[in-house]
Unconditional design. Structure first.
Length: 349
């Protein structure tokens, strides 16, 4: 069993999934206590838990909650309930590869336990969900070390959205690399894009940088060009939600603009993401499903109406940065550089 440590933003205890509610940060730190797959689906959809790796972990424990709901029945009933939970959770958000990676591993555990007694089957699923959480922690710890090759003393790095521990568990991806650089004594400065419309940058990244002691500045997304023009950005590093086998990368809406700006200003643009984000079955960004979110997120901000009540809105949650703009991808297996079609094959064919 995975022992939870103080500060864990996701943990499972006494058959309850505890999630730090990210919609309330940075003003309130309140944990949700979830006991059914439906509650997990709701938390993922409304971004109470968000970030590619965090939703993978939450999804895995959500499948376990499905099994637990049927634990007094026979193994076939447990398998049906778990598969229903997996199907329901799979439909919560389409873009991040990690959610499907985690749910496929839960399905695999279910198949491996087809001859198990009820208690053993539930135990097997619990162990698998813990393994997914532990794998996420270990992988990102390795990635944070690998990424140091790109973070030189005195560097200023711009990031977009939130890719810190909140988006995974204990360690982040891109932000994990930057927090580790600071921990190692490097004097870095992080510029955190606000990340409209849901402000993952100013609410979550700034909170994580502040609590980790990393010097930082927030900026509105539309100030990134001016900041680069003033020569204040040495590198850009963001996380990813899905990486195609040709290197095209889905990440929070606005990432593509930052990558284009970085190219224009001669600044290297890096992605940091683990193997569980890489989708070798996806040939290119055009094959990815990009989540479209509710228009209300654009018509309101901080509880106040900020657009005509029925204003038509374009509100994709992610965009695709073409591989040609990406100087390197930091992974737990090392820094991957172009040509990505060839070099990403360390993660499978
Ligand atoms: O909509 P969100 O907040 O889940 O989007 C998250 C991001 O785009 C992150 O940058 C991404 O998940 C990488 S960090 C694991």
């Amino acid at each position: 069993m995975l022992e939870h440590v103080l500060g864990d933003t996701i943990y499972f205890e006494d058959n309850v999934l505890f999630l730090l509610d990210q919609t309330l940060l940075p003003t309130l730190t309140i944990y949700l206590e979830l006991q059914t797959p439906d509650e997990v689906v709701d938390a993922i959809k409304r971004l109470a838990v968000r970030g590619a790796m965090a939703i993978g972990i939450a999804g895995a424990y959500g499948a376990l909650l499905g099994a637990l709901g049927a634990r007094t029945g026979n193994p076939a009933g447990i398998a049906i309930a778990t598969r229903e939970a997996i199907a329901h959770i799979s439909a919560s958000r389409p873009t991040a590869r990690n959610l499907f990676w985690a749910l496929e591993r839960m399905e695999e555990a279910l198949e491996q336990g087809s001859g198990d007694e009820p208690e053993a089957l539930v135990e097997r699923l619990h162990e698998r969900a813990d393994e997914i959480a532990l794998d996420t922690i270990e992988t990102n710890r390795a990635l944070a070390t690998v990424g140091q090759q790109l973070i030189t003393e005195g560097i200023s790095v711009l990031t977009h959205c939130n890719s810190g521990p909140l988006a995974a568990l204990r360690y982040g991806t891109a932000l994990g690399v930057l927090i580790e650089a600071h921990r190692l004594g490097k004097h870095i400065h992080v510029y955190a894009d606000e990340t409209r419309p849901l402000l993952q940058g100013s609410r979550l990244t700034a909170w994580e940088l502040g609590t980790s002691g990393v010097p930082y500045t927030i900026l509105p997304d539309n100030a990134a060009a001016a900041l680069m023009k003033q020569g204040r950005v040495d590198a850009v590093m963001t996380g990813a939600d899905r990486i195609a086998s040709n290197g095209d990368t889905a990440n929070k809406i606005g990432t593509y603009s930052i990558a284009v700006l970085a190219r224009v200003h001669g600044i290297p643009f890096y992605i940091a993401a683990p193997g569980s984000t890489i989708d070798m079955a996806c040939a290119a960004g055009a094959d990815m499903v990009i989540e479209e979110r509710n228009a209300e997120e654009l018509r309101n901000c901080g509880g106040a109406q900020t657009a005509p009540r029925n204003a038509p809105a374009f509100n994709p949650a992610f965009d695709i940065t073409p591989a040609e703009y990406i100087a390197a991808i930091v992974t737990e297996k090392g820094i991957i550089r172009p040509p990505y079609e060839k070099n990403l094959r360390v993660f499978g064919e």
